[in-house]
Design a protein around this ligand. Structure first.
Ligand SMILES: Nc1nc2c(ncn2[C@@H]2O[C@H](COP(=O)(O)OP(=O)(O)OP(=O)(O)O)[C@@H](O)[C@H]2O)c(=O)[nH]1
Ligand SMILES: O=C([O-])CC(=O)C(=O)O
Ligand SMILES: [Mn+2]
Length: 600
């Protein structure tokens, strides 16, 4: 959409369709946010945490059917089926609109309809995008306020004819007269639809109130729709963290990391190095928008303004900076509650109290054997609460990218780190990336390995083959001298007892240091069929508590396992069909050739 009058017309249409009791335009000011939380507490939708322990913080508890993104109910309704590709659910757009229009009819009865003007990206960055979300969920509103730049200044931009993207969201639970609302009203699973119309750049979401299903700026706009816009316009929207790494000589580089949901982006983006003199600061923890400037170099911005992080497993030991960020002004979803109204989850430092309320607010004591917090429990907090936010985090010029990490949960085969031989080989590595399915998505296959190219499988708004070709093309267009190097990292390799061999978290700084020094051509490496791996002297393992045997295993290349991998990638490329880039098939053939000729 292009103009304020179009916006007014759309708001009016939605009002007539969804029939809310009232309409509220979100202004984004502090007094308004405060009154929203007061209303949420008064209506028993949220619990205010103990202000002495966790000031200005609130806990929400979702319906058990509404705890994560639902990929089965997520649709890319492109005009042509072919454009959605083999990795997306597709429905003919007119048919889907018909189904959803029926559902939206009267869906906001008894509720307020909120209009949220927001911008993804610093307000003046060249690739920032304006969005308008209409929602009937106040939970969504308070989360959007923390996660995006929201408010009246965005409407001013629209009045000045800046184009914008619209998204309609309803929890799909009209209030019935005389019936008391539940704490988290939403629709049944079969009625949830997270729909994208990429040809119109339109988002319709119905029936779920959770995270990436409902905060439409995040996965729906900043990834699925933006990935399609980026493909058409020649830039990239990626599921990546952005960090700033500074060495003891105070030289800095910016590094991106694509890991699937619940695979360590937030943790890496704010880690505290265990090696002296090094520093990591955060630019973003989930999404990066990447573009090429006239100098042929690649730059990135974080389109978000906050963190929607996994709570479970977060502790002062694993991620002290996240723990500090969430000491106040935080929204928690599906965590457990202590008797004195603070939060608790599995993996937090504090010992398990004798009594808790679990994430469904049931009494929970030591006799309970199931987890008290949901594995996908989350915190929402503004980036500015982080003690390690980089100064340039909202520089509209973006930051220059030196290296791109990709990775996931692979219990075997993939070593701790290896460097791509070239950009194309790096794209090959990204294309074959696999990971165990985690609790960030509702699935009956949690724990199984699936291919997840550049951690974007659930977020590519078009054909995966075109997406991979776009990656190759971006590298070809860039100034070759300044192309970021690509690294495959794996913090999750396991030993025969099923234990992680690499301590991870702060110790990952050792790998970051090697990468930093590789970019500067200071660290050495061993050339192997799969790429460059660190040799023993080039990676800093001083004062590290890992056995010789495990270090050996972490960097070992098991040729037989790699032959299995090649076979499996070949089968996977078949599923991409004739749009699978020929360059990637060549890379696969070359990998097989190098493996056959490898003498260890
Ligand atoms: N073993 C191990 N676990 C890790 C490491 N880094 C993160 N984790 C665990 O992985 C889980 C998810 O980590 P996050 O950093 O929240 O993952 P994310 O990629 O930001 O997840 P999304 O927000 O879903 O995109 C948490 O339970 C962490 O404790 C690591 O280096 N080693
Ligand atoms: O989108 C969500 O609900 C949370 C998230 O960051 C992810 O799953 O990658
Ligand atoms: Mn994510």
């Amino acid at each position: 959409m292009q103009s304020f009058s179009e916006l007014e017309k759309w708001v009016d249409e939605v009002k007539n369709l969804c029939q809310p009791d009232s309409i509220h335009f979100v202004t984004g000011d502090k007094a308004e946010e405060k009154s929203f939380f007061e209303e949420l507490v008064r209506d028993q939708k949220a619990i205010q945490l103990n202000p002495l322990l966790r000031p200005n913080s609130y806990a929400f508890f979702s319906d058990p059917s509404d705890v994560a993104r639902v990929e089965k109910r997520t649709f890319i309704a492109s005009n042509k089926k072919e454009d959605a590709g083999p990795t997306n659910n597709w429905i003919e757009p007119q048919k889907l609109k018909k189904i959803m229009t029926k559902l939206y009819k009267g869906s906001m009865k008894g509720r307020t309809m909120y209009v949220i003007p927001y911008v993804m990206g610093p307000i003046d960055a060249p690739i920032s995008k304006i969005g308008i979300e209409i929602t009937d969920s106040l939970y969504v509103v308070v989360n959007m306020i923390k996660m995006t730049r929201t408010g009246t200044q965005v409407l001013d931009k629209i009045k000045n004819e800046t184009p914008f993207y619209i998204g309609l969201h309803s929890i799909g639970a009209p209030k019935k007269n005389g019936v008391i609302d539940s704490m988290w009203p939403c629709a049944k699973m079969q009625k949830k639809y997270i729909a994208h119309f990429p040809d119109e750049k339109l988002i319709w979401s119905y029936g779920s109130g959770y995270g990436g299903n409902a905060l439409l700026g995040k996965k729906c706009l900043a990834l699925r729709i933006a990935s399609k816009i980026a493909y058409d316009e020649g830039w990239m929207a990626e599921h990546m963290l952005i960090l700033k790494l500074t060495n003891p000589d105070l030289e800095s580089k910016y590094i991106l990391g694509a890991f699937p949901s619940a695979c360590g982006k937030t943790n890496l983006s704010m880690l505290i190095p265990t090696i002296p003199g090094w520093k990591v600061e955060t630019i973003g923890d989930d999404i990066a928008w990447i573009w090429m400037k006239e100098d042929g170099k690649l730059y990135a911005i974080n389109p978000e303004k906050g963190f929607f992080g996994v709570a479970k497993g977060t502790s002062y030991r694993s991620n002290p900076n996240a723990m500090k960020a969430i000491e106040k002004n935080t929204i928690f979803t599906n965590v457990a509650l202590t008797d004195d109204l603070d939060v608790w989850w599995e993996g937090i430092d504090k010992e398990k109290p004798k009594h808790l309320k679990d994430w469904q607010l049931h009494n929970y004591d030591i006799s309970c054997t199931y987890p008290a917090a949901h594995p996908n429990s989350r915190f929402t907090v503004e980036a500015t609460e982080s003690p390690v936010l980089a100064n340039e985090w909202e520089d509209p010029n973006g930051v220059l990218i030196s290296a791109i990490l990709i990775g996931g949960r692979r219990p075997s085969t993939i070593p701790l780190v290896h460097e791509a031989l070239s950009w194309k080989h790096g794209v090959f590595m990204g294309s074959m990336m696999g990971s165990e399915i985690t609790a960030a998505t509702i699935s009956d296959q949690i724990g199984m390995v699936r291919r997840d190219p550049f951690a974007m499988l659930p977020f590519i708004g078009y054909h995966v083959g075109d997406y991979l070709q776009h990656w190759i093309d971006m590298g070809q267009k860039a100034n070759q001298e300044f192309l970021p190097k690509i690294y495959y990292v794996n913090w999750f390799r396991k030993n025969d007892d099923g234990q992680f061999m690499w301590p991870g978290f702060g110790e990952n700084s050792r790998v970051l240091k090697w990468i930093f020094e590789r970019v500067d051509q200071k660290a050495s490496a061993k050339l192997t069929p799969i790429g460059y791996v660190p040799d023993r002297d080039s990676i800093d393992l001083s004062n590290l508590d890992v056995s010789e045997k495990d270090i050996e295993a972490l960097t070992e290349i098991d040729v037989n396992l790699w032959f299995d991998e090649v076979k499996s990638i070949r089968a996977y490329y078949k599923t991409i069909g004739n749009k699978c880039p020929i360059d990637l098939v060549n890379e696969l053939n070359q990998l097989e050739f190098r493996l056959k000729n490898y003498v260890q």
